[in-house]
Design a protein around this ligand. Structure first.
Ligand code: MG
Length: 271
């Protein structure tokens, strides 16, 4: 099933099940519990991020070729960081380049996002997929100056700005994605393909990530896990880095899920 979240013309938010013809049927109930797909055809005024996360976890340096382009050692265990719930952004809504706590080095990262469907703790890799509600596209937007030079030795400052976690456009359930570590994954910047690889290059595959992150740690329903980005980030572009700027349009594309597109603007000045 393909799950979307949308705002209706009256401004109310709902979950829906996307049909083969592109129409949406409203979902009644809780997608993390009991729910039904109703016969009601949904009036979709605006598509939203497909889930409201309870937490957003990230795994860094999880693709072999990306670790290499970053000049980092291949990690022996998954590298965990967190992104705030403030970072969530809808498909189509803008990524804001920070202007108050200013950044000059904002970068894109295409990532396969895993959404946990039920409480998950001390889960073995063999059973990890039983806890997955679905998969979606994420852009782990990262201010490299704050991540690497100004963050005090950890990554969170640079990955924690508002709008830095676009998600969408739909959540695809695991029955439709039986091999999540065999998907094409790409970023298109202003129509030019800048990342173009496969999730089979992950150092720690999805079951191993869930096993590790759930160790002595409860992953609540609604936990979103960003599983790392392949090579081709702007930071590593030659001869000069390729930073995002206002006016850019970034599209993340993952096989079997679709395209997540966001424009880039400067953070508006707010009085
Ligand atoms: Mg990342």
């Amino acid at each position: 099933m393909k799950i979307v979240r949308y705002r209706d013309p009256a401004g109310r938010d709902h979950y829906g099940a996307e049909q083969a013809d592109g129409s949406v049927r409203r979902i009644a109930g809780d997608i993390f519990g009991d729910y039904q797909v109703t016969p009601d055809k949904a009036a979709v005024a605006k598509l939203l991020a497909p889930v409201v996360p309870t937490q957003i976890l990230g795994v860094g340096l999880n693709y072999r070729h990306h670790a290499k382009e970053s000049g980092m050692k291949v990690p022996e265990l998954p590298v965990l960081f967190v992104k705030g719930l403030n970072t969530l952004q809808n498909p189509g809504d803008p990524i804001e380049i920070p202007t108050h706590l200013a950044s000059q080095e904002v970068d894109y990262e295409c990532e396969l996002a895993v959404v946990i469907g039920r409480p998950c703790k001390n889960v073995s890799r063999d059973r990890a997929m039983e806890y997955v509600l679905g998969f979606t596209c994420a852009n782990d937007v990262s201010a490299r100056d704050w991540q690497i030079k100004l963050g005090g030795g950890q990554w969170c400052r640079g990955k924690f700005f508002d709008t830095f976690c676009p998600l969408g456009p739909r959540l695809v359930t695991p029955d439709e994605i039986p091999k999540p570590n065999a998907l094409k994954i790409a970023t298109h910047l202003n129509g030019v393909t800048v990342q173009d690889w496969t999730t089979s290059d992950m150092i720690f595959d999805i079951p191993r990530i869930i096993e590790f992150l759930s160790g002595s740690t409860t992953l609540l329903p609604g936990t979103v896990i960003l599983t790392g980005t392949p090579h081709g980030v702007g930071m590593a572009a030659k001869p000069v880095p390729r930073w995002l700027k206002p006016g850019d349009v970034v599209t993340i594309e993952i096989e079997g899920i679709g395209q997540l597109t966001n424009p880039v603007i400067a953070e508006p000045t707010r009085s």
